[in-house]
Design a protein around this ligand. Structure first.
Ligand SMILES: Nc1nc2c(ncn2[C@@H]2O[C@H](COP(=O)(O)OP(=O)(O)O)[C@@H](O)[C@H]2O)c(=O)[nH]1
Ligand SMILES: [Mg+2]
Length: 323
């Protein structure tokens, strides 16, 4: 998606690129000077049209349109940049490309009917001036889209075709340990907007089935009342990921948080995320008793098979079409 969009050029860069390419267009010797100049200007106009229209339409094609954006990304984009502006900027690029195409054929046609070289040069100057001003008018849109792209490129790519589980629970309860125990290789790490921490995405493959498990340090591990609005919104954006939450409780002898505060966080996350929750007791090896249906130890491996079997057979559905 956004990762595939190349750096967005600013107006002046597009103009420079187009004009400098056009300046290399030269018509070879021709017995009549007028014919040569006319042909050369026509070719330069075509060259500028080609470069600018290609650049603009490429952007319009590469930026996902409002309705093809996955709700998770749409939500983040709207929160950070405003979706209306996004739509408007993209359609301005599109319209400008059309205007350049139209203006180019108009000028190429005009050239056929002017007899003298000075008149031809006048048409060429008009053309250059108008194209520069059309592209110049896009500068704030290009800069805006460039910022959207730079930001969205940073947002973790969550595979919406793979059933997804998000791990939650107080700090130190064993979330990272669980992820590294049950998912293959090293998880993908991606920064998450508005938080200082990254999120970790791991994959679990078994019997031809694949699930995706996300660990969100700093995100789903603290009471909501500790959050500022931005952080809160970042959390709520996660709601748009079709997923089930694996909530870890640490009831071990070494647990930092008491059972009540863990229950409270559980209820808060349930209320805010509005997702199915799976309760899992962690650190069974150092706990006095088993209190949850699922109880695991990332240290000894106890209970992991049962949990994994359950995840594989109770995966949330995949609703969105392939991107
Ligand atoms: N004894 C024991 N220690 C564990 C277990 N799982 C995690 N830990 C330890 O608990 C601490 C916090 O674990 P971590 O996975 O980083 O927790 P997180 O903050 O929720 O991601 C680390 O020192 C782990 O080694 C477990 O099943 N048994
Ligand atoms: Mg962790």
């Amino acid at each position: 998606m956004f990762a595939r969009i190349p750096t967005v050029l600013r107006s002046q860069e597009i103009i420079d690129k187009a004009f400098s390419k056009a300046s290399k267009v030269e018509e070879p010797y021709h017995p009549r000077k007028e014919t040569r100049v006319r042909k050369e200007i026509q070719d330069r106009i075509s060259s500028i049209e080609g470069t600018t229209v290609f650049n603009l339409t490429k952007l319009v094609k590469k930026f996902p349109s409002n309705d093809t954006l996955h709700p998770f990304y749409r939500n983040l984009l709207d929160m950070m940049f405003d979706l209306d502006q996004y739509r408007i900027s993209l359609s301005k690029l599109d319209r400008t490309a059309d205007k350049i195409t139209e203006f180019s054929s108009q000028k190429i046609k005009q050239l056929k009917y002017v007899p003298s070289v000075p008149e031809m040069n006048k048409i060429m100057r008009e053309y250059y001036g108008r194209v520069a001003s059309l592209i110049g008018d896009l500068d704030s849109d290009l800069s805006f889209l460039g910022r959207c792209r730079d930001f969205m490129k940073q947002v973790p790519q969550i595979d919406d075709q793979t059933p997804t589980f998000i791990i939650a629970g107080m700090p130190n309860v064993g979330k990272s340990s669980l992820l590294s125990r049950i998912t293959t290789a090293t998880p993908r790490i991606a920064p998450y907007p508005f938080t200082t921490q990254s999120i970790y995405i791991g994959y679990l493959d078994r019997n031809g089935k694949r699930i995706q498990i996300i660990d969100t340090p700093g995100i789903l591990d603290r009471p909501m009342s500790d959050r500022n609005t931005m952080e809160m919104n970042a959390i709520l954006a996660l709601r748009h990921i079709d997923s089930t939450i694996i909530f870890l409780f640490d009831k071990s002898r070494e647990s930092i948080y008491d059972a009540d505060s863990q229950e409270k966080l559980f209820m808060e996350i349930k209320a805010n995320m509005k997702k199915e929750m799976i309760r899992v007791q962690a650190k069974l090896d150092i706990s006095d008793k088993k209190t949850e249906e699922f109880a695991i130890s990332a240290s000894t491996g106890d209970g992991l098979d049962e949990l994994v079997d359950y995840l594989l057979t109770h995966s949330p559905g995949v609703k969105y079409a392939a991107r």
